[in-house]
Design a protein around this ligand. Sequence first.
Ligand SMILES: Nc1ncnc2c1ncn2[C@@H]1O[C@H](COP(=O)(O)OP(=O)(O)OP(=O)(O)O)[C@@H](O)[C@H]1O
Length: 348
Amino acid sequence: MAGLTIDRVTKRFGEQRAVDALSLDVEPGEFVALLGPSGCGKTTMLRMLAGFESLSEGEIHLGGRLLAGLDQHVPPEQRNMAMVFQSYALWPHMSVADNVGYPLKLRRRSGEAYQRQVAKALAMVALEPYAQRSPQELSGGQRQRVALARCLVTDPDVVLLDEPLANLDRHLRAAMEQSFRDFHRRTRATLVYVTHDQSEAMALADRIAVMREGRLEQWATPQTLYRRPRSTWVASFIGQGSQLKVAAGRPGQRLEEATLMRGLAAIATERTQTVLVRPEHVTVLPDSSSFHALRARVEGVTFRGERYELHLCLESGEALMAYHHEALTEGQKVGLTLHEGWCLEPDA
Ligand SMILES: Nc1ncnc2c1ncn2[C@@H]1O[C@H](COP(=O)(O)OP(=O)(O)OP(=O)(O)O)[C@@H](O)[C@H]1O
């Protein structure tokens, strides 16, 4: 197993910087997600890791070995990495087992060693009973597992995955998330996973690199991204929540209930700090009275099965999202207690 070092990597296409001075240290065996909106440079970064794209600046190391830099470009087939694409790219005329064994054939493996490695890779994705089927006889999720087995069969140091679940329906995606977790637990390969779906990245990765316009916005565990997003931009991208103005705190500070409620009650000109309030930190008191310091009007109610999602409008005009155990009526006035908030850096 080897770790990856991405050191100030830049990729220019003409005037545009698709990736801009990106640095990441990925631990051996770590599951990492590159997350960001469409066009932020995720796929370009992945292609540079795989060796399909050259670097404009910076270096990439695997273990102690320089893979790519100013005068160095190790070709893809010598990097001991494997890439899984959105489209699976399976051969339709070959059986599942032959698809999985194809990279071994390219390396001129045969006989018993070949059979053993194919069987082992198929077992890792629980597809042994399907070995002799053709890919057309499989579901989308099963096809993606064949693609995973094919990339595992050569024992790569690093597995690169480019939106591998993008073509699957929601139900299947959830089941496949579990397959990816199992896959990672069994192989302990270093995984770099590209996605624009924050819930997928949060569910799977040990650490997430949040990218925006080629640059790294934040590099942290899912828990840290959720609880302590750095900027207003990251906070609006990860999870649900509302951004309010308060007269309290500074970026990177957690506000307790009393400070937060006092800070919200201040006059508008003093409320200059943006605070993130997650919906689970809001208590809604349906019988609004003048007794409540903070009041709001119910603007919308969405039933989510286990709870209702309320869209509220504060007296300041700011929007606030909250959860509640029962349905309220639109237009209803409510009192609120906000239990905590997280102070954000302004958007650069
Ligand atoms: N070969 C290329 N030539 C010119 N521009 C390119 C090329 N490849 C990518 N780009 C540009 O670089 C930027 C980053 O593209 P990239 O595909 O890496 O983004 P992405 O984050 O993977 O997006 P998506 O989620 O939509 O796949 C985009 O603006 C894209 O148009």
